[in-house]
Design a protein around this ligand. Structure first.
Ligand SMILES: Nc1ncnc2c1ncn2[C@@H]1O[C@H](COP(=O)(O)OP(=O)(O)OP(=O)(O)O)[C@@H](O)[C@H]1O
Length: 259
């Protein structure tokens, strides 16, 4: 059997803002081609991890290895990672095509094929008929698709997502979930996905990293977490909340049936 390869190894990561210790010595690995969710309540340090991984923030201590190479001090552009934010962060004065093409056009090696690549990606995320529109004329789900296409354009082997669905309605979330999984299959990318939504983490992930106040409480498969929650916190924050959601869905279905 072929052994799964580590795409990323994070060793002893610490981060403090002044006296606020936000990450308290974090160690984890991300397997090549894996979908890993980072799940935890507001303020536990999820976004700080992503910002350090992509190079927007400097760690106080620790190392990041990508494919065995130490990238801790590399500039963001040299890390081969892309990021998709919650608020899409699109250029409002450019069309969909302009947004996806932009990073390609300013890159000497990719400039020649920029248009071709952008058109292909826009088609892949189902936005061909909207490519001449400004982002403001699109729905939230469509804007997030533009942001995803723009990130894919530079062909990163690791894609980071910072709560990309939190501004979207339930139906859009469900269809985007499927699309993300199929994009991952197609591109073979490794994905790290931040969420505070337990159900989303369980539905999408190969493994889930459960955090609390700058520490990792458990890193395991969804089934592993259900069968063997590491401690009372995981049981309460993850499993109890999922059960509450299931109960309210059952209750909702009952009310609908009785109507
Ligand atoms: N640039 C900064 N300067 C000072 N403090 C910061 C900075 N960025 C983050 N923090 C603090 O670090 C802690 C963790 O923030 P972080 O955004 O990583 O949490 P999070 O788990 O992603 O939360 P949320 O789900 O609310 O986004 C918070 O206490 C936050 O106030």
């Amino acid at each position: 059997m072929q052994m799964a390869k580590d795409k990323l190894i994070i060793e002893g990561l610490e981060k403090a803002f002044g006296t606020n210790e936000v990450l308290k010595g974090i160690n984890f690995n991300v397997v090549d081609g894996e979908f890993l969710s980072i799940l935890g309540p507001s303020g536990c340090g999820k976004t700080t991890i992503l910002r350090i991984l992509i190079g927007l923030e400097k760690a106080s201590k620790g190392r990041i290895l990508k494919d065995g190479q130490d990238i801790t001090n590399l500039s963001p552009a040299k890390r081969g990672m892309g990021i998709v934010f919650q608020n899409y962060a699109l250029f409002e004065n450019m069309t969909v095509l302009g947004n996806v093409e932009y990073a390609l056009r300013i890159n000497p090696e990719r400039k020649a094929t920029a248009r071709e690549t952008a058109l292909r990606l826009i088609e892949q995320v189902g936005l061909s008929e909207h490519m001449d529109k400004r982002p403001g004329k699109l729905s939230g789900g469509q804007q997030q698709r533009v942001a995803i296409a723009r990130t894919l354009a530079l062909n990163p082997d690791i894609i980071l997502f910072d709560e990309p669905m939190s501004a979207l309605d339930v139906d859009t979330r469900l269809s985007l979930r499927q699309e993300l999984k199929s994009i991952q299959k197609q591109f073979g990318s490794t994905m790290i996905y931040i969420t505070h939504d337990q159900e989303e983490a369980f539905a999408m992930s190969d493994r889930i990293m459960v955090m609390r106040e700058g520490t990792i409480q458990q890193l395991d498969t969804p089934a592993g977490i259900v069968d063997h929650p590491a401690n009372e916190y995981v049981e309460r924050f993850v499993l109890h909340n999922i059960q509450l959601k299931i109960d309210s869905l059952i209750q909702y279905a009952r009310v609908q049936n009785e109507k």
